[in-house]
Design a protein around this ligand. Structure first.
Ligand code: 1GP
Length: 241
């Protein structure tokens, strides 16, 4: 049943905040997921995102198959590349890197992935992806060969997110990059949110409950956390249901 996006909209309507745990197949192996996933399941996490910038062939599929044995949370692909598409997940963020001007990541990879998606059972969720300045170069920048959007150019960020909405995208994702030194500032989140009718995802560099709450208060509907959980699994206990 293709209901993941519908459920996100319903949660937002009820005033619920959503939390995705990002699991990178390059850093997490299918074996030994037991303990980690027990913590995920008893935390406030509502979604699992699976993806990374540089992932070995089949690593994503193997990880998704293993994850399904450990959780009932929806598993959403957040792919860095076409090779990470697997039908075993529930949905895919069909990303277009709107902050950059590299045609490969605006439309090229998307066209190339159609043969995999055309007959797939995955729920495809078109997502405008904006990479925002964060203090240091991140993997997304290196891989996509694009610039980040400066945080002092708030109107440009707001307009870019809005363009995504007007193009028919269903989600906007403000990304500071995995392991970012600086998370997306509240001022940027709130300015984007104010002008947007579709749900807003925020991720990158969020390492504390306080930062998480700040992002929610500023208007993030769904926050993505990866590195903080990888580095310290006890963070899950701070985020109990
Ligand atoms: C990266 O937004 C996500 O794509 C999560 O970032 O690993 O810094 O939590 P972190």
């Amino acid at each position: 049943m293709k209901s993941i996006y519908k459920n996100i909209l319903q949660s937002i309507k009820k005033g619920e905040k959503l939390l995705a745990v990002l699991i990178d197949p390059d850093k997490t192996k299918p074996e030994g997921l037991d303990d980690f996933m027990r913590k995920v399941n008893s935390s406030a996490a509502t979604h699992i995102f699976v993806g990374g910038s540089t992932v070995e062939a089949f690593a994503t599929e193997n990880l998704v198959i293993a994850l399904k044995k450990h959780t009932n949370l929806p598993i959403i692909l957040f792919p860095g590349d076409i090779s990470q598409i697997t039908n075993h997940a529930n949905a895919i963020l069909f990303l277009s890197l709107l902050s950059g001007r590299n045609p490969e990541y605006l439309i090229g990879k998307q066209v190339a992935s159609v043969s995999k998606l055309r007959n797939s059972s995955l729920e495809v969720i078109p997502t405008g992806y904006l990479l925002i300045e964060n203090g240091k170069e991140t993997a997304v920048q290196r891989v996509t060969q694009t610039e980040t959007m400066p945080i002092n150019k708030v109107q440009a960020i707001v307009d870019t997110a809005k363009a995504g909405e007007l193009l028919g995208m269903q989600l906007i994702y403000l990304e500071a990059g995995s392991g970012a030194e600086k998370a997306i500032p509240s001022s940027v989140i709130s300015a984007v949110k104010e002008d947007l009718k579709i749900p807003l995802i925020v991720g990158g560099g969020i390492r504390s409950k306080q930062q998480l709450d700040k992002a929610y208060q500023a208007g993030a509907d769904l926050v993505v956390i990866g590195t903080a959980f990888e580095e310290d699994e006890s963070f899950f206990t701070e985020l109990k249901k």
